[in-house]
Design a protein around this ligand. Structure first.
Ligand SMILES: NC(=O)C1=CN([C@@H]2O[C@H](COP(=O)(O)OP(=O)(O)OC[C@H]3O[C@@H](n4cnc5c(N)ncnc54)[C@H](O)[C@@H]3O)[C@@H](O)[C@H]2O)C=CC1
Ligand SMILES: O=C([O-])CC(=O)C(=O)O
Length: 327
């Protein structure tokens, strides 16, 4: 048996937490050979509900679950942690944009960034899910400067999965026939699902779906607005699909990417494709299972460049709004 790794989840008593924890404990993220100790972090008033989640985790008798640390103390919560899923934060309601949450949620990520830097294991990696996730990640990263920038991620995998399914439905193919689809930029209504560099059955998507207006008038807005559509339908934001995407993001990072595939995750920009350095920007990424890199040299036409510039502009504006939170 391998040594257990410590995995922290904030907002562990929330909706996403309820879909996420049981799958981490079952081995769906780190594999069937990797035991885990779960650090479940909540705010004080949610500790009774968290206790119920702990009881349910115990009642699963997961062979890989070697311990549970439920806590409202950030130092205890992040002590020795190898992976942190930062989910805990307030979700938006109908009619709000995700960036409207910055004034409520942004400050949470100062204390969490500092506590991660002070307590986590040397190999810590952090996935921010709580919205607006790119800029929350920027805040946490800037409050934890001792942790290398390549360890910080914000989630856009849910947007990739949404885009892949829309393409598959339109083309009448299986989702597994779609490859190379990546989300660029912010997890917001400006995100850009780049269908030009995606393939269906190995052929460029625009050669399979020959319907230019559909991409512009239906595909892109559907992907950009899917979170809002779920909130309208459910009265609550996506939770099971978000947890699933968090699981896939980490799996994508800790396993080698199959040839011909990419995955989407927002990372600290190194200036690739002319994006401002230091922004948490979603790119097409590949991993060798240990380190990741931004796929270089993809052709981008004027339409793609315009969309990517718009989402970069929004991230710069969000960064300016939280300037005083960046440490
Ligand atoms: N990046 C993405 O693709 C997605 C992001 N989200 C975001 O994930 C976040 C969580 O969503 P849900 O689980 O549905 O919300 P929820 O309201 O069901 O759960 C959030 C939990 O976080 C806890 N919490 C609040 N402040 C905290 C803090 N400072 N430290 C620790 N825990 C704290 C709350 O007590 C609550 O239990 C929201 O911001 C939502 O917008 C949701 C779907 C997709
Ligand atoms: O839309 C929301 O507020 C929740 C979310 O991030 C998503 O479902 O993509």
């Amino acid at each position: 048996m391998k040594t257990p790794i410590r995995v922290a989840v904030t907002g562990a008593a929330g909706q996403i937490g309820y879909s996420l924890l049981f799958r981490i404990a079952s081995g769906a993220v780190f594999g069937p050979e990797q035991p885990v100790i779960l650090h479940l972090i909540e705010i004080e008033p949610a500790l009774p509900a968290l206790n119920g989640v702990v009881m349910e985790l115990q009642d699963c008798a997961f062979p890989l679950l070697k311990g549970i640390v439920p806590t409202a103390d950030l130092n205890e919560g992040f002590k020795g942690v190898n992976w942190a899923f930062l989910v805990g934060s307030v979700p938006r309601k109908a009619g709000m944009e995700r960036k409207d949450l910055l004034s409520i949620n942004g400050k949470i990520f100062i204390g969490q960034g500092k506590a991660i830097a002070a307590n986590a294991a040397p190999d810590i990696r952090v996935l921010v899910v709580g919205n607006p996730c790119n800029t929350n990640c920027l805040i946490a990263m800037n409050n934890a400067k001792s942790i290398p920038a390549d360890r910080w991620f914000a989630m856009t995998m849910l947007d990739q999965n949404r885009a892949v399914t829309q393409l598959a439905l339109k083309a009448g193919v299986d989702t597994t026939d779609v490859s190379g689809l990546a989300i660029w930029g912010n997890h917001s209504s400006t995100m850009y699902p780049d269908y030009f560099n995606a393939k269906i059955g190995g052929k460029p998507v625009p050669e399979v779906i020959k319907h230019e207006l559909w991409f512009k008038e239906t595909f892109i807005p559907t992907v950009q607005q899917r979170g809002a559509a779920i909130i309208k339908a459910r009265g609550l934001s996506s939770a099971a699909s978000a947890a699933n995407a968090a699981i896939e993001t980490v799996r994508n990072l800790v396993n080698p990417t199959p040839a011909g595939h990419v995955f989407s995750v927002a990372v600290c920009s190194d200036g690739s494709y002319g994006i401002e350095k230091g922004l948490i920007f979603s790119y097409p990424i590949v991993s060798d299972g240990k380190s990741w890199k931004i796929v270089q040299g993809l052709p981008l036409g004027d339409f793609s460049k315009e969309k990517i510039a718009a989402t970069e502009k929004e991230l710069k504006e969000e960064k300016a709004l939280v300037a005083e939170l960046l440490g």
